[in-house]
Ligand binder design. Structure first.
Ligand code: LLP
Length: 460
């Protein structure tokens, strides 16, 4: 029937001879009996293997060109205390993007020095907490934030370690590598010089990125660690990383020429794409690490500057394929289409509240009936949720066994990233648990929300 293991399923997923699927040695019926559905299920071994694969691939490639790399797990993809610990045990650091993510990383025992804090609009409380716990780096995202970090550091009597997030004009996904473009979006500071400047002066003005770097360098409360660039997410063509990394190294050399400060570190962000559908191919960490290391080595040689230390921030590529969502099928309804075909609407016990990505991005997913074998001819199906909204679609189009029926267990693979982390309580559904499975044993990492949890927030 289907070919487990293989993408987009995690490595621990296999279909037994009786047709029942198991995750890391635990059958889906036992799993559903223990934790209920819907549930986010994480294959712990698979998560760890992907974390190691990224670290090893990048360390090997960057050591080969004479420098080193730190891998930060991007917690926005999914952060729980256990997940943060797994990342650390596999030699990764943790990237956070809010006070909440920072709190979970700290609860997991991640030392502040191994945590980064991102955000285009960090609050004073977030900045102060970051300094209090001694985060290894605060990635500043605007000129005004430089003032605010400096003030917070001064108030605490510390020196804040800072990276400046720049935009290089590389739009990943759209494949527009316009290396001097101004980007019309909220993140980072452009490396492109301002347009229309210098009408009656001979030199064009400094770019926002250079202005920020010069500002950080002259402030005694700030230590400029390096330059940060994140070009997008779910990137399947690695060229953009090379183009962006080159632009950042050129900016680093310009800054050194202007100030004598050659920053120690360059971060090329996250965004490494994964397979969501059978037949899709994820970005290979070894290939991309080699390509980027080769590109930066060549550009550093041309510029005559030694290579900095590098860092990367993968989220989706570590946790996405390690997760699946387990649902129970309810209503099954054939709907006649105008072209004479029939589409079978298969409703599950969750929906857009546990996975907003299809509704928000038109994201495509795969699904299979995992609780039994079926010899029924496949039918064109659409997996939908239980929300009061016709856009509540989990899987737009998938072939399912023609006898799919209420009570069937259905799994959607590759939901580990940006599922639970973007979940909502729409229609006051309670958010599913996050369950880890390894060696045939399930462990609840985040329990299922209850209606009492919801009522507890309502002040009446
Ligand atoms: N570093 C920075 C600065 C980022 O902004 C992001 C993602 C990452 C790292 C991790 O990117 P990843 O390796 O996971 O692609 N909600 C969207 C994805 C938003 C990504 C935002 N930034 C989705 O569900 O596709």
């Amino acid at each position: 029937m289907s070919m487990h293991p293989g993408e987009p399923w995690s490595r621990g997923v296999r279909r037994r001879d009786d047709g029942v699927v198991e995750v890391a040695g635990l059958g889906v019926h036992e799993l559903a009996a223990q934790v209920g559905t819907p549930a986010y299920v994480l294959d712990e071994t698979d998560f760890r293997a992907r974390a190691r694969a990224y670290r090893t691939a990048f360390e090997t490639a960057f050591r080969a060109v004479g420098t080193d790399v730190d891998v930060y797990y991007a917690g926005k993809a999914l952060l729980t205390v256990a997940v943060a610990r797994w990342a650390r045990e596999e030699g990764l650091r943790v990237d956070t993007a809010s006070g909440g993510e920072l709190a979970v990383a700290l609860r997991a025992g991640i030392p502040g020095t191994e945590i980064g804090l991102h955000g285009n609009n960090k609050s004073d409380a977030e900045l102060d907490r970051a300094l209090e716990v001694g985060v290894g780096r605060i990635i500043v995202d605007s000129l005004v934030e430089i003032d605010r970090v400096a003030a917070a550091a001064r108030a605490r009597g510390v020196v804040a370690p800072v990276m400046v997030r720049v935009t290089t004009g590389v739009h990943a996904g759209g494949h527009e590598y316009i290396s001097t473009a101004h980007e019309d979006q909220k993140f980072g500071l452009s490396i492109a010089a301002p347009r229309g400047s210098g009408v009656d002066s001979d030199a064009p003005g400094d770019s926002p990125a250079m202005t920020a770097l010069l500002d950080v360098v002259r402030r005694p409360e700030l230590h400029l660690l390096g330059i940060h660039s994140h070009i997008g997410s779910q990137i399947l063509d690695p060229t953009g990383f090379e183009v962006a990394a080159r632009a950042v190294l050129e900016l680093r050399a310009d800054l050194a020429a202007r100030t004598g400060v050659l920053v120690d570190e360059v971060d090329i962000g996250g965004g490494y794409g994964i397979a969501y559908l059978p037949g899709e191919v994820a970005l290979d960490p070894e290939r991309i690490a080699k390509d980027v290391a080769g590109a930066v080595d060549a550009v550093a040689a041309r510029l005559g500057t030694p290579l900095p230390r590098f860092s990367i921030e993968p989220g989706r590529a570590i946790v996405g394929p390690a997760g699946l969502t387990l649902y129970t099928v309810g209503t099954v309804k054939p709907v006649a289409l105008d072209d004479g075909r029939v589409r079978t609407y298969v409703s599950v016990d969750g929906g857009m509240s546990d996975n907003i990505r299809p509704a928000l991005y038109g994201a495509q997913y795969h699904a299979e009936v995992v609780g039994r074998a079926s010899v029924a001819a496949p039918v064109l199906a659409r997996v939908v949720g239980k929300h009061c909204e016709s856009g509540d679609i989990v899987v737009h189009e998938v072939m399912l066994p023609g006898d799919v029926r209420a009570g069937d267990l259905l799994a959607v693979p590759a939901t580990g990233a940006y599922g639970r982390s973007m979940a909502s309580n729409y229609n006051l559904l309670t958010r599913p648990p996050v369950v880890a499975v390894s060696d045939g044993t399930a462990r609840v990492l985040v329990r299922r929300e209850t209606v009492d949890d919801l009522l507890a927030l309502d002040q009446g």
